[in-house]
Design a protein around this ligand. Structure first.
Ligand code: NDP
Length: 343
């Protein structure tokens, strides 16, 4: 039976300036599914991603890589779904990655989706380690961080989706020492005992400024920055001469509250001849084939594992999103929308 309406998460209002988003800003509504046109697919969503950049999209500012969410409209974001009706050349039954998350069914343009192979890796992995998450880690280390064998790498938000991928990939790509930061003792233990980092710090218990020089006594060659703020300041003070900072994201600065650590330390970048380079992963699509090829093989060999925190059901999607912003996730934060799928 082809459905004619679907449940979706709609934005009811924006957080006030400086306020954390709360569940009452979102509503679940049932709305009609638009009629499929030539070149389109009707997809039943299996799982969707919740991302830090969605925090920026709730406000009117520009702390994200795409568009602001609109009040009264459904949210969107990366999702994986199965084609249940087609006018677009991709057969019914195919599993596709697309941008119409936050709803149970979606009509999408066939030319904008990527067909993925659910037999090559679990579908969750195509949103996580084999998706934009892993690809971000790959680009940040290889192209932006110019990782060399033997380098010391520091990763912030190292137990998160991109961070855990970056830490693991750095080791596999030949880094000498890989250290990280995360919030809370459990995550720090996970980083060292299960994710193979050489050492880690709990930034809630110890200031990055104190901890970073202890973690990397010989200095940092590559800093993979997911959080900005005090971590970035601390890293700059500890870079080796010629070190590279890959500015991936700034979750500590996404709330539109005018607060945030000033970067008054840029003299450190001068003194240490540091390269600081921001990047947005979608500008580096030329690297995707080598990334998918290598990481699929690492998954098959067991060198890399799928690490994800799954929230079940669209009714709990907002919970999964707000929880991720506060660090409730280890690895990729996902919401499963179709309980019949293993992800
Ligand atoms: P994560 O899975 O890392 O989730 C966010 C994590 O951030 C939380 O788990 C929390 O972990 C940590 N966190 C929250 N607040 C703070 C804070 N104030 N200081 C330090 N850590 C904090 O998310 P992603 O892996 O999806 O994203 C990581 C970063 O990469 C984000 O900044 C994101 O915007 C960016 N990104 C950039 C892309 C690009 O193209 N440039 C593409 C994709 C992501 P904890 O418990 O450790 O605090």
């Amino acid at each position: 039976m082809i459905p004619t309406s679907t449940r979706m998460v709609v934005l009811r209002g924006r957080p006030g300036r400086g306020a954390d988003p709360t569940p009452d800003l979102f509503a679940i509504e049932e709305r009609p599914i638009p009629e499929m046109q030539t070149g389109q697919l009707l997809v039943r969503n299996i799982a969707m991603s919740v991302d830090p950049s969605m925090r920026g999209r709730l406000d009117l500012g520009e702390k994200h890589y795409t568009t602001n969410f609109e009040v009264g409209q459904p949210l969107d974001g990366s999702a994986i779904g199965q084609v249940i009706a087609t006018e677009g050349g991709i057969p019914v039954g195919a599993v596709v990655r697309h941008r119409a998350g936050w709803r149970e069914h979606a009509v999408v343009d066939a030319e904008t989706v990527a067909v993925v192979d659910p037999d090559a890796a679990p579908v969750g992995a195509w949103l996580g380690i084999l998706g934009q998450t892993g690809f971000t880690a790959w680009v940040g280390l290889k192209r932006i961080g110019e990782l060399h064998a033997g380098d010391t790498v520091f990763v912030s938000a190292a137990a998160g989706a991109v961070g855990s991928a970056a830490g693991r990939f750095a080791k596999l790509l030949g880094a000498g020492r890989v250290v990280g930061s995360a919030g809370g003792p459990d995550k720090v233990r996970e980083l060292v005992q299960h994710l193979g980092l050489d050492d880690a710090m709990d930034y809630r218990a110890e200031s990055p400024r104190q901890a970073v020089s202890r973690l990397a006594p010989g200095g940092i060659d590559v800093y993979f920055d997911n959080v900005g703020g005090p971590h970035l300041v601390a890293a700059l003070k500890n870079m080796t001469v010629g070190g590279r900072v890959a500015l991936c994201g700034m979750i500590s600065q996404y709330a539109d509250n005018g607060r945030g650590e000033d970067i008054n330390n840029l003299i450190e970048a001068v003194l240490r001849r540091v390269t600081i380079r921001g990047f947005i992963v979608r500008d580096h699509e030329d690297m995707r084939p080598e990334f998918e090829h290598t990481v699929t093989a690492w998954l098959a060999s067991g060198d890399v594992q799928v690490l994800q925190t799954v929230t079940d059901g669209i009714d709990h999607a907002v919970e999964g999103f707000l929880g991720m912003l506060k660090g409730a996730n280890v690895g990729k934060a996902l919401v499963r929308l179709d309980p019949t799928w293993e992800i």
